[in-house]
Design a protein around this ligand. Structure first.
Ligand SMILES: [Cu+2]
Length: 293
């Protein structure tokens, strides 16, 4: 259960089962909330707009992401890495975030493929997970973690290359609907640089609203937002949680999101229905608004 995966591949999402999801979201230095969950619902629109680093760092808070290999061969591999603490030793003590100690996101740099998996940690602090990166290219790896020595969640990122004949693709065109395994998902709302906005993802199956979404790591949806060009990263959880008495299990999943600057973003929504986690992906440019004071 730990090494469950799910993958999104150039348009077809897919699969998996329970995994987890992460956390983090806009503020880089938010304090730990319940369950290691970081303030999923930033009440301060715009916070983070300027100072927010977009989780682009390979080291933060004294912790560093150390990949065992940065050049891989295409195909299935046992992907290994460690998180090194301020003392240079592998971190072995973490606060769980949405039911997992670590959430690993892997994306092709052109944002045409996405994986969200949950590696297993050995006693010595080495994390490992089966990954299958079938195509040559440039990838980015992100880890959402809350080392126990820190009072907040951090996302560390590093580059990864898969060797071979690289055939880059452009980011998919912007679209408000996408289909994954027979589910049609519609994206409502806008992304505005530096301003908090509500995004609503609506899930339908064969034209009918899905009203029995299942909790997936303590949420009805998990949204990872990546910016084209530098892969600035935002991981958001929905407004409301399963079992809170007010949050319906679909068809709408709403997220409060702050885009860390203008640009074109790729949004990956993980949702679970009938035991399977799928990923719906969208390309959405930020909208320019004129402020009136
Ligand atoms: Cu996860």
């Amino acid at each position: 259960m730990n090494a469950s995966h799910h993958t999104h591949h150039a348009g077809h999402g897919h699969h998996g089962e329970a995994g987890g999801t992460a956390i983090a979201h806009s503020a880089p230095d938010t304090h730990d909330g319940h369950r290691g969950h970081i303030d999923p619902n930033p009440a301060h629109p715009g916070h983070g707009a300027g100072a927010f680093p977009g989780r682009l760092l390979v080291t933060q808070g004294g912790c560093s992401l150390d990949l065992a290999d940065t050049v891989l061969q295409p195909g299935a591999i046992d992907f290994r890495f460690r998180i090194l603490g301020p003392d240079g030793r592998p971190v072995t003590d973490y606060t769980a975030i949405h039911d997992r100690e670590l959430h690993l996101i892997v994306a092709r740099r052109e944002l045409t493929a996405f994986w969200h998996v949950h590696p297993q940690r050995a006693a010595d602090g080495t994390w490992s997970v089966q990954l299958d990166l079938p195509e040559a290219g440039a990838y980015r790896v992100f880890t959402d973690i809350a080392p126990r020595g820190l009072s907040y969640t951090i996302t560390l990122g590093a580059d990864l290359a898969v060797a071979g004949n690289y055939a880059p693709l452009p980011i998919p065109d912007p679209a408000r609907t996408t289909v994954v395994d027979g589910y049609e998902v519609e994206l409502g709302g806008e992304l505005v640089a530096g301003e908090g906005r509500q995004l609503t993802l609506t899930v339908r199956e064969d034209g009918s609203p899905v009203t029995d979404l299942q909790p997936y790591l303590a949420a009805f949806g998990h949204l990872v937002v990546l910016r084209a060009g530098d892969l600035a990263y935002v991981h958001v959880h929905p407004n409301g949680e399963p079992g809170d008495g007010v949050t319906a299990p679909g068809p709408d999943i709403t997220f409060h999101t702050v885009a860390p600057g203008p640009g074109v973003y790729r949004l990956f929504l993980d949702f679970k229905h009938r035991g399977t986690v799928r990923t719906a992906a969208f390309t959405l440019p930020t909208t320019t608004t004129h402020r009136h004071h």
